[in-house]
Every structure is written in C-alpha cells, then in structure tokens.
Design a binder for this molecule. Structure first.
Ligand SMILES: NC(=O)c1ccc[n+]([C@@H]2O[C@H](COP(=O)([O-])OP(=O)(O)OC[C@H]3O[C@@H](n4cnc5c(N)ncnc54)[C@H](O)[C@@H]3O)[C@@H](O)[C@H]2O)c1
Ligand SMILES: N[C@@H](CCC(=O)N[C@@H](CSCO)C(=O)NCC(=O)O)C(=O)O
Ligand SMILES: [Zn+2]
Ligand SMILES: [Zn+2]
Length: 369
C-alpha cells in the first residue's frame, strides 16, 4: 500500500512530504493508521544529526496515536479498530529485562530498533525502490505504520487522538520520571531545569504527588507563566542570577533540592542539576538527551556525600501496562494535556513545528492527519 509521510532524507534538511510504499504486517506485526503525532525535541535532535543512532533516509516521529487497521499472523492482543499508542520502549513481558521487574527497558527488539529495522531485520518502508528506515520503532510522521504487537499500548476509544498522542512520549516521560524513577515524596522540594514539553510534565507530576516547593529553571523568561500554569512555585532564569546558579538554588531550597530533573539535554546543566541537590540524600534524574560525544562530569565528592545521579527513559513506564492508565489519568482530569498543545498542524506544515520548537515558541506542536 501507499502512505503519505514526512521523510528525513538527510540530516539538517527540512522533512519532505512524499508517498512511500509500505509493506503489510508480517508475523507478530500490526498495521496502524496514525491519526495524530506530537513533535518531540528528540525528533529535532535526530534530524539535526546529533543522534549517534540517527539513520537516513528515515521517517521520524515517536509520539503518536492511531487505529489498528490490520493484524499480521499470530497477533493475539489486538484487532482492527482498536485504538493504540505506539511505544518506543516496547513491553514483551518475556525478556530478561521485562521479567526482572526492575526496569521498563525491554530488550527483546532493541538491537533491530536501533538499526531502523523491524525485528526480522528488514524495513517495511521504501521510496522509489530504495529502503526508508524506521525510527525508534515508531515512525509516527507517516499516516500508516507497521509496528510489532509488543510495541503498541491499547487505549480507551473515547480518548481524543490529538491529545492522547502526547502520552506516547512527553507526558509519560515527565510525569513518570517523578512517579516511577525518582519517586518524589509528598512535601519534597523539587528543581526542574528546562520548562519545555517534558519539563512542564515533570512540574505537573511534582504537583500531582504533593511536592512543596517546585522551582523551574529556564533561560527563556516566557516559560515562567507556563511553569506557574502547572504548579511551579518559583522561577529562576540562570542568565539573571547574580553569581553561581547552584549556590542560588541551594539557598532557595534551604540546603538543596530533594529531587532535581534535567529536561534540557545540556551536560553542563545536568551537572548543575546534580550539584544543587541536598547533601546526604538529593536525587537528580537525567531526562534530557545529550548530543553524540558529550559526557557528564562532577567531583566524585558530590556522590560520596550522598547525592544520587539517576536517568530515565520514557519515565520508567512499562508501556502496555502503564500507558492506558495514564490515558485514564488524563480523561479523569488528574493530569492536564490540552493547554500544552500550543499548535496543531497538517502534515504539510510539519517543518513549521520544528521551527516553532527551535524558536522557543511552542510547548507541543501536534500534526493531525
Ligand atoms: N529520557 C527520555 O525518555 C526523553 C523523552 C523525551 C524527551 N527527552 C529529551 O528531553 C529534553 C527536553 O525535551 P522537550 O521536548 O521538553 O524540549 P523543548 O525544546 O520543548 O524544551 C527544552 C527547554 O529547555 C530550555 N533550556 C535550554 N537550555 C537551557 C539551559 N542551559 N538552562 C535552562 N533551560 C534551558 C529551553 O528554553 C526549553 O524551554 C530533550 O533533550 C529531549 O531529547 C528525553
Ligand atoms: N539514540 C540515542 C539516545 C536517544 C535516547 O536516549 N532516547 C531515549 C528516548 S528520548 C524520547 O524522546 C530512550 O528511550 N533511550 C533508551 C533507548 O533508546 O533504549 C543514542 O544513541 O545516544
Ligand atoms: Zn520524545
Ligand atoms: Zn521485554
């Protein structure tokens, strides 16, 4: 069959909207019609050539929602017309990682996923006879996609696609980093660096679990109002702090943050996020994805004196189990999504979504097919 898709033919070039050839689902695979997809900073990072796993030509996008149109042989848990969210962190429930109960990082198809291929080692997409690669096992910038059954969360049918798609990455990552990874406790002081599509979800996660001070840090003053909208109690623009930002945050939290989060992907900021934590117990969680080749550093003394450095992928969420619950949280009004979706675009307008993100003018742009 054919599918319209925004293709990344080369790094650092705008996406091109073309008709691709798409092969149908094979054993254990599912054909999904994508109804809506968000644009996450990670898509921009890969398009900008900063991802060590970036492959071109490929169809980016990993924050989608859609409808099952066809299932391949052996698929048991899904049927046509089911509503689904594709998962870049699948959940096979059989691999060592899934069975450990200690992580959401299912390893069953990770190696082929990282090569832009389906688990059988081939791609379902091509253009003029040439292979086009999958991305993060999702490729939601295509109207139709083929994905493994274990990489789809079945969700309720009354959830609107143009909002539910954001649960495919940003919402789950931010809220899950608080609830699953850091396990922020009631009354804690929290510092969040980077108030974009992820950071604002960390803020609303911190509010959800009853944090006390929620301090947002961003170099863009426009983010003050955004943070306050979701529960931030204090805003700090590091460019306007007289002196050291870490010392300023330690003072503001009366000795240091109980929990901090990096949502920028900047390795200098990751260091600040660790070092603003409270001596003896502060936990800093890295969410931001740093460009290829970058490394983090700190004095080991920071760890010796009890600060803990953690990281999280997809907010520690086990996709098929947790994503339907997060959709319920949204539908029941426990968490907000609607105000964060600042721009709704057509597929033809998708490059505008990247421009808005780079200009700091959007929280989330969503493409509706
Ligand atoms: N670990 C995961 O599973 C996961 C999931 C989604 C996104 N991410 C990553 O999280 C990061 C944030 O994604 P997003 O979609 O929210 O991006 P975004 O562009 O919407 O937001 C980034 C924010 O950081 C701010 N910022 C930039 N440099 C800063 C600095 N030096 N100090 C303070 N603030 C600064 C920007 O002004 C902006 O508000 C990216 O690196 C993305 O790749 C990781
Ligand atoms: N491919 C990169 C790393 C990119 C990365 O860390 N991705 C996150 C999700 S970001 C979503 O917006 C993730 O889930 N990582 C775990 C995994 O990919 O298995 C690189 O090679 O450095
Ligand atoms: Zn993402
Ligand atoms: Zn698994």
């Amino acid at each position: 069959m054919k599918t319209r898709a925004a293709v990344a033919f080369e790094a650092k070039k705008p996406l091109e909207i073309v008709e691709l050839d798409l092969e149908g689902p094979k054993e254990g695979e599912v054909l999904v019609e994508i109804m809506a997809t968000g644009i996450c900073h990670t898509d921009a990072y890969t398009l900008d050539g900063l991802d060590s796993e970036g492959i071109f030509p490929s169809v980016l996008g990993h924050e989608g929602a859609g409808i099952v149109r066809e299932v391949g042989p052996g698929v048991k848990s899904l049927k046509p017309d089911d509503h689904v969210i594709p998962l870049y962190t699948p959940e096979c429930r059989e691999c060592k990682s899934c069975l450990s109960g200690k992580t959401n990082l299912c390893t069953s198809i990770r190696s082929t996923q990282g090569q832009g291929l389906m688990p059988d080692g081939t791609s379902r997409m091509s253009y003029k006879g040439e292979t086009v690669y999958h991305y993060m096992g999702c490729s939601t910038f295509s109207n139709f996609i083929v994905v493994p059954e274990i990489a789809l969360a079945k969700i309720r049918t009354d959830a609107p696609f143009d909002k539910a798609c954001y649960i495919g990455c940003g919402v789950t990552t931010g809220v899950g980093a608080v609830t699953n990874t850091a396990q922020v406790t009631v009354g804690s002081n929290v510092v969040v660096f980077g108030l974009g599509g992820i950071g604002l979800n960390v803020i609303q996660g911190a509010r959800l679990v009853g944090a006390d001070k929620i301090i947002g840090v961003d170099i863009n003053d426009d983010k003050k109002e955004w943070g306050e909208r979701f529960g931030m109690t204090h805003f700090v623009n590091p460019k306007k702090v007289d002196g050291d930002i870490v010392a300023h945050l330690v003072e503001l939290t009366d000795g240091g943050a109980d929990y901090s989060f990096d949502c920028t992907g900047n390795t200098e900021v990751m260091r600040q996020a660790l070092e603003c934590c409270h001596r003896g117990w502060g936990v800093s969680t890295v969410i931001g994805v740093a460009e290829s080749g970058k490394e983090i550093s700190t004095r080991p003394f920071q760890l010796v004196t009890g600060r803990v450095w953690k990281g999280t992928a997809f907010g520690g969420a086990k996709g098929r189990t947790d994503v339907p619950k997060i959709v319920d949280w949204y539908m029941n009004g426990k968490i907000e999504i609607d105000p964060m979706i600042t721009h709704v675009l057509t597929l033809d307008e998708i490059n505008k979504g990247f421009d808005l993100m780079h200009a700091g003018k959007s929280i989330r742009s969503v493409v509706v097919f």
